[in-house]
Design a protein around this ligand. Structure first.
Ligand code: AMP
Length: 368
């Protein structure tokens, strides 16, 4: 991971992938132009590295030049493209091949086509090292493409984020934010859901509450809901296999998330191990498990109050609540040791005003 200004970027394309893509373009262009001495026109600033390596990979007669569009990149009222560096003179009757670092929306390409439209060139072709086919408006054909990439913000190999990163040999993609994955730990009623709502905003994280997902499925009468309902009504845990598969689906639904808050998961050793394995396959990990601590008697009062408002049946009956605590003590509490052994366990008091508790959690997170 690298940091440019305020943002984090993670590796996306290696040097050798880029080299291979350039060689591929050079070979394709050579097939069409090796007898013709084309003029390659690089588009500054981003294409300088591409142009340099491309020319080294192109072993035939050619010329090279550059254009630079003004950063405003629009047409003036007279229909002229504003440039900071003009196209080469005497290109009449020549074969011009534009070398672009990246084509996304196609806006720059449109300007370029306009710029060359009155120059009486013999041929006008476009080669782009990177190409975002998903967002390209498709107005002009792109004749040679190095690598098609998804719509991600990338830097490196000539491309910048606020002028930084152009000198990187590899290409990196935006990581939104330094990734953090948190487990909120604590008995029912400790305030995990409430705090997750605040933390997800503050740290740009995706909140996954397994209890909420089960309730959503029950409400919608899905098979998963029907299966979970009997366990939940009694205040028992839903079997691991069911819960783990469901959690995996929820994580998979959010490939762009810059981190997760797991609320109500894991609740057993098997779930904790499954979560570690799942994250490992995605090059992610749990950064911290934070427990919200509060006395049983306080929690029982909170849950009974919540039950009156939410109508949740498992919050309205003290026997069911005590059974959930029993499940917690037997199956979930031992996870403290699991995370402590990894040096990831933190605990804060869950008693007090909501914003005070958010601040306590924030303090732990900021230090990660
Ligand atoms: P919660 O909203 O987190 O209090 O969860 C409500 C109920 O959903 C629990 O009492 C369990 O029956 C079920 N549940 C939620 N998360 C899990 C989990 N990780 N493992 C097993 N059961 C769960």
């Amino acid at each position: 991971m690298i940091k440019l200004h305020d943002k984090y970027f993670k590796p996306f394309l290696t040097e050798s992938q880029i080299t291979a893509a350039i060689q591929k373009i050079a070979n394709e262009v050579a097939v069409d132009y090796k007898e013709k001495t084309p003029i390659f026109v690089g588009v500054l600033n981003g294409a300088f590295m591409f142009v340099s390596d491309f020319l080294k990979a192109y072993a035939y007669s050619c010329e090279v030049s550059f254009v630079k569009l003004s950063s405003y990149q629009g047409l003036t009222s007279t229909g002229i493209v504003e440039t900071l560096l003009d196209p080469p003179e005497n290109i009449e009757g020549r074969s011009v091949i534009i070398l672009e670092d990246i084509i996304d929306s196609g806006r720059t390409l449109q300007q370029l086509v306009h710029l060359f439209s009155n120059s009486n060139v013999k041929e006008f072709k476009v080669a782009s090292l990177f190409y975002k086919s998903e967002v390209y408006n498709g107005e002009y054909s792109i004749d040679y493409v190095g690598i098609e990439i998804p719509d991600r913000f990338i830097v490196g190999y000539g491309l910048d984020y606020k002028e930084l990163g152009r000198n990187l040999k590899e290409v990196y993609q935006l990581n939104q934010k330094h990734m953090i994955n948190l487990v909120l730990f604590g008995k029912p009623g400790a305030g995990k859901g409430t705090q997750a709502e605040f933390l997800k905003e503050k740290y740009n994280l995706k909140h996954i509450s397994t209890g909420d997902v089960f309730r959503y499925n029950i409400k919608n009468g899905t098979d998963l809901g029907k299966l979970a309902k009997s366990y939940m009504d009694r205040g028992d845990l839903v079997p691991d296999e069911v819960t783990i598969n469901m959690l995996r689906d929820e994580v998979d639904k959010n490939p762009e998330a810059s981190g997760f808050i797991f609320d109500g998961f894991p609740r057993t050793n098997a779930q904790a191990e499954a979560l570690d394995k799942l994250l490992e396959t995605k090059n992610m990990k749990i950064n911290a498990t934070i427990a919200l601590e509060a006395d049983d008697e306080v929690l029982i009062q909170r849950l009974l109050e919540r039950g009156k408002v939410s109508g949740r049946s498992d919050d309205q009956d003290e026997a069911k609540i005590r059974n959930r605590f029993e499940e917690y003590n037997q199956k979930t509490a031992p996870l403290k040791d699991y995370y402590e052994a990894q040096g990831k366990f933190h605990s804060v008091s869950g008693i007090g005003a909501i914003d005070e508790i958010t601040m306590r959690l924030g303090k732990v997170i900021e230090e990660l």
